[in-house]
Every structure is written in C-alpha cells, then in structure tokens.
Design a protein around this ligand. Structure first.
Ligand code: T4K
Length: 383
C-alpha cells in the first residue's frame, strides 16, 4: 500500500555549498569592502567558469533574463526574431522588452527544440535573428540552424539556461551561434542564487556586452552605449565559487537518480523520455517524461494531480505555451495550427523531482506511484 510522502517532494532543491566556505568568502568581501561592480570574486568566478564551460569568452550577469536582453542589444537586433514557444516565459519576454517581435516556429517532437526544417519559411525581410532554446539541456540541431543563419545573414542566440556543462562531441554547447545564455538561478544545476552569463567566441563582443551590462559606462568621462544594470555582485559570485566545488558530486548523484527513473519507467506503456544521442555530454538539469494519454490511460494533468495528492510536486515545464499567453496569442505565428507539436508537448510533459539529495528509495516509490496510476496496468519492470 503506497502512502503519501510526509514532506513535500519538490521538483528540485538547490545545491547548497559548505556554509563555512561561504562564510570565508563573505569575510574576504567584508574586509575588501568591495561588494559589486566587477570585484575580485566576480573576476575569479568568470575565469573559473570559462574553464568549466570550455568557452573562450564569458560575462557574468545578475540573472539570465537580463543576459538575454543584453544579448539582443549586443548583436543590434531589430524587427523579428524567430523563436520557440516551448520555453520558459523569459525567453520570449526578453525579446519583447527589447522591442523585438517574436515569431514562433514549431518544435521537433523528439527533442522538443525548434525544428530547423520549419525555420526558413518564417524568415521575412524583417528577420534579424534566431533565438533557439536547448530545452531541458538537449542540444538544438546547431549545425542546421547555423546553415540557415549563414545563408540568410541572421544572428543566432542560444538560450542555454538548462544546458550547463553540455557538450556535443566534446565541444562546449556555449561555443555555438553568436551568443549563448546560461542561467544560474537557484533551481539550476549550478547556481549563484540568482545569476547567469553570456558566452561568446570573440573578445570584441564580450567587450560590448561588458559595457552594456554596466550602463554603457566606458570610463568616468564617457557613456558610449544605452546599457542596463546587469552586474553580478560579489556575494552571488562567492556562492558560485563555493558551488563549483560540489558540482561534480551533484552530477554523480543526479546521474544515479536519472538511471533509477529510466530503469523503472522506460518500458512503461505511454511514458516516453527524451532520447539522448551518445555524442552528448548531458546537463542533468531536468528529468522529464511525456505522457501519452491513449497509451498510459490517464492524461498528464491527471497524473500531476494524483502525484500531488501523494505530496510529489512535479511541474509542467513548459505549460502554458508562450504562444498561448494573452500577450502573444494575437500574433499570426502563435496560431495553434502553426504549432501542433509545441501544443502537444505542452500537454504531455512532466518534470519529475530531480536533485542530488533525492533518496533513491523515494525515486523508486515515485515510480511505483506513477505505475499504480496507469490505467492499462502494464507494469513493466515493476510488480
Ligand atoms: N530561459 C529558460 C529556458 C529558463 O528556463 C529560464 C529560467 C530563463 C530563461 C530565465 O533565467 P533566470 O532569469 O531565471 O536566470 C524556475 C526558475 O525560477 C527559473 O529560473 C527557471 N528558468 C524555471 C524553469 O524554473 P519556477 O517559477 O518554476 O520556480 P519556483 O519558485 O516555482 O521553484 C521550483 C521549485 O524549486 C519549487 O517548487 C521548490 C524549489 N525551490 C525553489 C527555489 C526558488 C527551492 O527548493 N528553493 C528555492 O530557493 O521557475
């Protein structure tokens, strides 16, 4: 007889570094009386992350959303930007705040990333960029996207909020396109409480980004660009430095949890995982399943609700779909007929509890619960 968990099991919990380690950093910050504006911790974290993410250029930010806003400014985008509706609101809102018109393109049903085969027909004389998202850390078809961008002289920004540490054949995900944005929000694999970064391949663009994130101030006498306040402070950077030390341990634990979910759920009728190619080094940011109502017997929303009754708080990332928000649903590209795969994915996805501290016995229990709700009762792998 399966009983509810006594305490809520959240979709994620933040990694927390050793408190003494953080306190040591804080002591140094207090002594230096240098709290923000590119202090020593900021510089250390920028260098450390360049090595961790294997990227030539990196600029830290106070959060990922501001980093996206600055990316659009840095690349001098205008007019229309082709993007995916299957993402967190920040992706599309950042373009809107930058005065850009989002044009929604449908996704590939397997990766749930923007479908390169559908991008070209969205291009108009006003299009200046493609903003693609590596959803759940699954890499976009970066080569196909670059081919289209080069052919039409478009910029490419990747929202890599979920893709910390992802590599394709050993190449960092942060080196594709013109710019990539990583989020370091508390719910991310690596975090700085709030935070983020932009990665780039060239020094000139980093210099422009660094001006833009500091109000465009070049020196005491010159303000050269219409910048914003995108700066990461020293306390955030300190948490980041401490978190880097526990990242590998977190990855190891998450890998075991992912394997456990796969072991119990992969053969269950009506449940599908996102497939991962062997050339990909994963982020282990999320563990997401898709529920096919006809095969599983109940729909995703019913499963989400039933799990909640057992204190398992899964999340429907990304429902509702951005193109269905009242602020975007009037756009011609937002019409449901143009976005069948995105609309279906938004109805079927469920992010399972996934964080290093999650007990493997609890993972097994969550799987047993999921199987117990299956109407067809084909409990493959679980008695
Ligand atoms: N692009 C994409 C594709 C993104 O996914 C995101 C952010 C962005 C851009 C923007 O990056 P940032 O500007 O945020 O750097 C969460 C995060 O707030 C958000 O950063 C993230 N994506 C999104 C996918 O997830 P919510 O609204 O689901 O967060 P919340 O507060 O409901 O937290 C989820 C669960 O995490 C809670 O139920 C419990 C746990 N939690 C959360 C926090 C904040 C904790 O245990 N401790 C905590 O401190 O958005």
């Amino acid at each position: 007889m399966l009983t509810p968990f006594k305490e809520p099991i959240y979709v994620t919990r933040p990694i927390l570094p050793d408190l003494d380690e953080v306190q040591n950093h804080l002591k140094e910050i207090w002594e230096a009386k240098w709290l923000t504006n590119e202090g020593p911790k900021h510089r250390l974290l920028e260098e450390a992350l360049k090595k961790t993410l294997l990227v030539p250029q990196l600029s830290l930010f106070n959060n990922g959303t501001i980093a996206l806003l600055v990316a659009a400014q840095a690349l001098e985008l205008s007019g229309e930007v082709i993007t995916t509706p299957f993402t967190f609101p920040a992706t599309v809102h950042a373009m809107n705040w930058g005065g850009l018109q989002p044009v929604f393109c449908d996704i590939d049903p397997l990766t749930m990333n923007i479908d390169p085969d559908k991008i070209e027909r969205k291009i108009t004389p006003q299009t200046t960029a493609i903003l693609a998202v590596h959803v759940y850390g699954t890499p976009c078809d970066v080569h196909a996207i670059q081919k289209i961008a080069s052919k039409h002289n478009l910029k490419v920004i990747y929202d890599a909020a979920h893709a910390f540490g992802v590599e394709i054949d050993g190449q960092s995900i942060g080196t594709f396109g013109d710019l990539s944005m990583f989020s370091f929000h508390a719910t991310k694999l690596f975090h700085t409480v709030e935070g983020g970064c932009l990665t780039a391949n060239h020094r000139e663009i980093k210099q422009r980004i660094d001006l833009l994130k500091n109000f465009g101030i070049k020196n005491e006498e010159e303000v050269v660009l219409p910048g914003i306040n995108g700066k990461m402070n020293e306390v955030q950077a300190a948490v980041g430095l401490a978190n880097l030390k526990i990242l590998n341990e977190e990855r190891k634990n998450r890998s075991l949890i992912e394997k456990t979910y796969h072991y119990f759920l992969k053969d269950v009728e009506g449940i599908d995982f996102v497939e991962r190619h062997s050339s990909i080094t994963p982020s282990l940011q999320y563990c997401v399943i898709r529920i096919n109502k006809n095969r599983f017997g109940i729909c995703r929303d019913e499963l989400h609700q039933k799990l909640k009754e057992f204190n398992v708080l899964t999340r429907k990332y990304f429902y509702p779909l951005c193109s269905n928000y009242p602020c975007y649903s009037h756009l011609p590209s937002a019409h449901k007929n143009n976005l069948p795969e995105s609309n279906l994915a938004a109805e079927e996805v469920l992010a399972l509890p996934f964080y290093g501290e999650l007990d493997l016995n609890d993972v097994e229990k969550i799987c047993r619960l999921i199987c117990s709700f299956q109407k067809t009762k084909e409990l493959i792998g679980i008695s």
